[in-house]
Design a protein. Sequence first.
Length: 317
Amino acid sequence: MRKTNMWLVGFVLVCLYFTNCIEQKSEKMDSKENITVKVSDNNAVFTIKEVKICSYAYEHSFFKPYVKELFTPNGVNVLLDSPRDHKHHHGLMYAIKVNGTNFWEEVEKSGREEPESILKISASSSNKGDDVGFKSTLNWVDGDGANLMTENRSIYVQNAQQFNARLLTWQSNFNTTNDGGDLSLTGSHYHGLGMRFIPEMDEIGAFFTAENKEGTIFRGEERLIPDRWCAYTAPVNGKNVTVAMFGHPENPNGDTVWFTMKTSFAYMSATMALHETPYILKSGDALMLNYGVALWDGKVDKNIIEQTYQFWVNQIK
């Protein structure tokens, strides 16, 4: 009887082992998947084998260009564009106030981030990873049409196969205009690189950071948390997804200050805490900001996120 039981236990353990191997294998990304990007007059679309993995909206009639869709490796889009409650929330977008002009909201006299140049496809390949993307020049124009500053923006997407993650890099290089003076960069506590999540991720997810910091409560359940990265895990159609945002250590002021909320909708922003201390961009100087977004299917261990973060930091040029 004991021999029979031991045989059954052994058989079950073997079955569980092979089942686990199969499940893990299904989560792995194909190392031979090549990302391509196609640029038109109004958008850029990243694809793998003609399947869309990211899109960037680029209409001259918009207040700002932004990442409209961003998919996990298994095809879950996590971004919401222009919902009824906040029409100015556009997927993944960057906006602040410049000399008092509000580039976040979209009302009369709001500022506009106007594309100047045609998007240029750019690709790089190294032993650290392969990424594909584009570069674009934007003019930040106030409500009266005056050009306050210029931005050279780069967006890159790559598969970080060793971490089973999809990775997006957002680089912004800001410069004052030739005829302008110093600029005062300010904003609300959530202004910066903001991400509006799809409704399925509202309220029931969990935020966490690299050092498990709780931060401070700004109002209600809105928190401001200084740390090198912040992540959010939530179920979508019964299966968890994890999204992490990275701040580069060479960004001004050290750690990024993360704005987080999940009620009545889920939102995360990478900020410079401009509501507390304005950033003065001196005439002739430049401000470089580097941020990353990583996506996984399922709940992801903090160690994997940290490893992905370090990989991302080391490949920023």
